[in-house]
Write a protein that binds this ligand. Structure first.
Ligand code: ATR
Length: 284
C-alpha cells in the first residue's frame, strides 16, 4: 500500500478501545490507518477489560497519559456513569462510547454512535427527512443513540422490539417516541420513510444471520439501513435492494462515529472516503 509507515516516538499520542471481548473490533485498524495517512505520531490499541476492571482500566489509562479511549460493549453505561462531563447527545443517549481525558484532569464522555449514523445517511445522500417517521428494530444501546440522533433531525421515531417492555422503556426515555408491537411492524411499514435495524439480527455469527423480514408493505420512499456491517450486505439490505429500495450499510456508521474521537485525541479531522471503507473492509 501507499500508506507511510506508522510513527511512534516517545511523544506518541495514545488511545484505544475498551471492550469485553474486544478482539472483533475494527477500530484499531481504522484509527491506525488514519494515523499513518495523516503522519500523526501516535497509536491506537485494543484494551480488553472485563466489567470488574473497567473503572481501574480507565483511571490507569488516564494516569499513563493516554488521550482517551473508545468504549464498546458492555461498558457504555459504566462509561456514562464514570464521566465527569457529558455532551448533550451522551446525556440523551444515556450512554458513552468515547472518553476524552482533558488537560484539566476531567473525563469528558461523548456519544458519537447516533451522530455517526446520521452522518452515514447524509454521506449516502439519504439524509433523515424531518417530520416523517423512522422505525427502529431493537431497543438496546445502539437503538437509543440512533433514536436520539434521528429525533434531533426532526424525525418521528417508533421503536419495535422482540421484548415489548424494553421498547416501552426506551420510548419513555425519549419523549415523542412511540412503540409498534414486534408482531405487526412488517404490516405497518408503509407509514415509514426510514427503517433501521439496530439489533444483531442478520450479523454473521449472530443470533439469526438469515434474518430477512417481509418488506412487501414498503413504499418506494423507504430507505433501509442496517447497523450490522458483517456481512456488508445483510439479508435485510439484499432484500431491500431486490424491492428497488435504497439502502445504507453499517460500515459508514462505524467510520463516521470514529471520526469525532480521532479528532479529539489526535487533533486531525480524518476523511471518511471510499479508500477508508475499502481498507477497513479488506482487513476483515
Ligand atoms: P446494543 O447495546 O448493541 O444495542 P443489546 O442491548 O444487547 O445491544 O440489544 C440487542 C438488541 O437485539 C435488542 O433489541 C434485542 O432484543 P431483546 O430486547 O428482545 O433482547 C435484539 N435481539 C437480539 N437477538 C434477537 C433475536 N434473536 N430476535 C429478536 N431480537 C433480538
Amino acid at each position: 500500500s501507499l500508506l507511510p509507515p506508522q510513527i511512534i516516538t516517545g511523544k506518541a499520542r495514545l488511545a484505544g478501545v475498551l471492550g469485553w471481548p474486544v478482539a472483533h473490533s475494527r477500530s484499531p485498524v481504522l484509527h491506525n490507518y488514519w494515523l499513518r495517512q495523516y503522519g500523526v505520531d501516535g497509536a491506537y490499541v485494543p484494551l480488553p477489560a472485563d466489567p470488574e476492571s473497567f473503572v481501574a482500566a480507565v483511571l490507569g489509562l488516564q494516569a499513563a497519559g493516554f488521550r482517551g479511549a473508545n468504549v464498546t460493549i458492555p461498558h457504555k453505561e459504566a462509561a456514562y456513569k464514570l464521566a465527569d462531563v457529558l455532551d448533550e447527545t451522551a446525556k440523551r443517549a444515556g450512554a458513552v462510547n468515547t472518553l476524552v481525558f482533558r488537560e484539566d484532569g476531567k473525563i469528558l464522555g461523548l456519544s458519537t454512535d447516533g451522530g455517526g449514523f446520521v452522518a452515514s445517511l447524509e454521506a449516502a445522500s439519504l439524509p433523515p427527512q424531518p417530520r416523517t417517521r423512522a422505525l427502529l428494530l431493537g431497543a438496546g444501546g445502539a437503538a437509543r443513540s440512533v433514536a436520539a440522533a434521528l429525533q434531533d433531525k426532526g424525525m418521528q421515531v417508533s421503536i419495535t422490539n422482540r421484548t415489548q417492555e424494553r421498547a416501552e422503556a426506551l420510548a419513555e426515555a425519549l419523549p415523542g417516541a412511540d412503540v409498534v408491537p414486534w408482531s405487526v411492524w412488517e404490516q405497518q411499514l408503509g407509514d415509514f420513510t426510514l427503517l433501521v435495524n439496530t439489533t444483531s439480527l442478520g450479523m454473521e455469527g449472530g443470533p439469526d444471520p438469515l434474518f430477512c423480514p417481509s418488506l412487501a408493505q414498503a413504499t418506494p420512499q423507504l430507505v433501509v439501513a442496517d447497523i450490522v456491517y458483517v456481512p456488508r450486505v445483510t439479508p435485510l439490505l439484499a432484500s431491500a435492494q431486490k424491492h428497488g429500495l435504497r439502502t445504507v450499510g453499517g460500515l459508514g456508521m462505524l467510520l463516521h462515529q470514529a471520526r469525532l474521537g480521532f479528532r479529539e485525541w489526535f487533533g486531525v479531522d480524518p476523511q471518511v472516503d471510499d479508500a477508508t471503507q475499502e481498507y477497513v473492509l479488506n482487513s476483515f
